[in-house]
Design a protein around this ligand. Structure first.
Ligand SMILES: [Zn+2]
Length: 233
C-alpha cells in the first residue's frame, strides 16, 4: 500500500513523501529544501529512490543538489539534473510497485507537469485545494485547459498540491460566491485543521468540484476574470 506523507518546507510548501509499505525506499515530490528530507530519511532510516519535480520554481527544486550529494537518484521533471518528461509517459518508482503517469499542464509555468494514477494526483502549483496557481509563464487559456484535463480524472482521486493555501483560497471563493454552503463548510473545517497545525490536504477532485470555482468556471472568460480577481485579492 502506498502511504503519502507531507514534509513541511519553507513558509508554506509541502514536500510529499511516497512510501510503499514493505519497502525502505521512498520517492519525494518537489523538494524545495534539502533539510526536512535529509532529516526525515535519517530519523526513519529510509533511503531515497527518486525525486519527482512538477515545475522549475526554486521553492520546488532548491533542495535537489544537496539531496543528490547524499543519494545519487534519478530526478524526473524540470529540476536540476532532471530528466525531461513526455506527456503520458509512465514512471515506475524504483523499488516500489507504484507507477505514475505524466500529464503536461502548462499555465503556472510552461514546463509544469502533474504525476497521477487512478488514486492520486500530484498537482504542484496548478491545481490547489479550492484554488489554482498564478499564471506566470503560460496563458489563461493554457491554464484553463490544464485544469480541464485534471478535472477529467476520477472524482475520488486524492489531490496533493504544492502549498498550504487552502484557507486563503476559500476566503476568496467565499467572497465571490457568498451563498455557496459547501465553500462555507470547507472554510470552517479547514480553519480548524490549520489551528491544530494539521495539513488541509489531500483534497479530492470531488471536493474540488464542489468548492473550487476555478475548476468549475464554465467559460475561459469566466475563468480569466476569476484568476485576475484572485491576483488582486
Ligand atoms: Zn510555482
Amino acid at each position: 500500500m502506498l502511504e503519502i506523507l507531507p514534509l513541511t518546507a519553507l513558509r508554506d510548501n509541502y514536500i510529499w513523501v511516497l512510501k510503499d509499505s514493505g519497502s525502505n525506499r521512498v520517492a519525494i515530490v518537489d523538494p524545495g529544501e534539502a533539510k526536512p528530507v535529509l532529516e526525515y530519511l535519517q530519523a526513519k532510516q529510509l533511503e531515497l529512490s527518486c525525486i519527482l519535480v512538477t515545475h522549475h520554481h526554486w521553492d520546488h527544486t532548491d533542495g535537489i543538489p544537496e539531496i543528490l550529494q547524499q543519494s545519487n537518484v534519478p530526478v524526473y521533471g524540470p529540476g536540476p539534473n532532471g530528466q525531461q518528461l513526455r506527456d503520458n509517459q509512465q514512471i515506475t518508482l524504483p523499488d516500489q510497485k507504484v507507477s505514475l503517469k505524466v500529464m503536461h499542464i502548462p499555465g503556472h509555468t510552461l514546463d509544469h507537469v502533474a504525476f497521477y494514477n487512478d488514486e492520486v494526483l500530484f498537482s504542484g502549483d496548478t491545481l490547489f485545494a479550492a484554488g489554482c496557481g498564478r499564471i506566470f509563464e503560460g496563458t489563461h487559456a493554457q491554464m484553463y485547459n490544464s485544469l480541464k484535463k485534471l478535472k477529467s480524472l476520477p472524482k475520488n482521486t486524492k489531490v496533493y498540491c504544492g502549498h498550504e493555501y487552502t484557507v486563503n483560497n476559500l476566503k476568496f471563493a467565499h467572497r465571490v460566491a457568498p451563498d455557496n454552503q459547501a465553500i462555507i463548510d470547507r472554510l470552517v473545517h479547514t480553519e480548524i485543521l490549520i489551528k491544530k497545525k494539521q495539513p488541509s490536504l489531500p483534497s479530492t477532485l470531488q471536493a474540488e468540484m464542489a468548492t473550487n470555482l476555478f475548476l468549475t468556471a464554465s467559460t475561459l472568460e469566466a475563468f480569466s476574470n476569476l484568476r485576475d480577481a484572485k491576483d488582486r485579492f
